[in-house]
Design a protein around this ligand. Structure first.
Ligand code: GRF
Length: 194
């Protein structure tokens, strides 16, 4: 990790739609001296996303694109990212599906956190589905984003035990804690040797 000192950090944008606990965690991580990233932008499709408060709190630019006209918005987002020299996107609870074209433009530079042990339980309601299927374990995954939903190359995963009386809410909380540890780990794994 010491190798990073003196290097420019990777300019990163975080895309959110809701609470933003992963966003907050990544911002905190980015402030560590040896973190490979610096967070320059929080982007949301939801003007009411709670996580937007972290833009004010940490003095980071924020931008809202409602995705009502996805093609148009994505074009503008790409322009905006270029203007701000963003070279990494971390999706963190971002509930819109980016188009093939957008992903192509940012190929290999979009990461996502997903609350299951992919390739199991892609999509929504992962905790409920894992519990209903009587899985013994679930967990979380950090992966590259490609044009198929939750299907890009896996970077790191963490298994989390499902307890007998777990509700989706209880399990989600336990897994979220692990997401907060796992996302920085993935970034270190990918970029610490630059
Ligand atoms: C996380 O569980 C993430 O895996 C999923 O949505 C949730 C977002 O939580 N995609 P937060 O907004 O980061 O608190």
């Amino acid at each position: 990790m010491t190798k990073l000192i003196g290097f420019n950090k990777i300019k990163t944008a975080i895309f959110i739609s809701g609470t933003g606990s992963n966003c907050r965690n990544l911002i905190k991580f980015s402030k560590l001296k040896n973190s490979p990233i610096s967070v320059h932008l929080i982007l949301s499709n939801n003007p009411k996303a709670k996580g937007l408060v972290f833009a004010n709190k940490f003095k980071i630019k924020k931008k809202i694109f409602k995705f009502k006209k996805q093609r148009k918005d994505e074009k503008e987002i790409l322009k905006y990212l270029e203007k701000n020299q963003i070279s990494l996107i971390c999706l963190a609870g971002f509930m819109k599906i980016l188009s093939k074209n957008f992903i192509k433009e940012f190929k290999g530079k979009i990461l996502n956190v997903h609350p299951s042990l992919l390739p199991k339980y892609k999509g929504l309601n992962t905790h409920m589905r894992a519990i209903n299927s009587k899985e013994k374990f679930s967990g979380c995954t950090i992966h590259f984003v490609n044009s198929n939903l939750d299907s890009g190359k896996i970077i790191v995963q963490k298994k989390v035990k499902i307890n007998k009386n777990d509700t989706p809410k209880v399990l989600a909380k336990r897994i979220l804690k692990q997401e907060h540890i796992l996302y920085p780990k993935a970034i270190i794994k990918l970029f610490a040797n630059l």
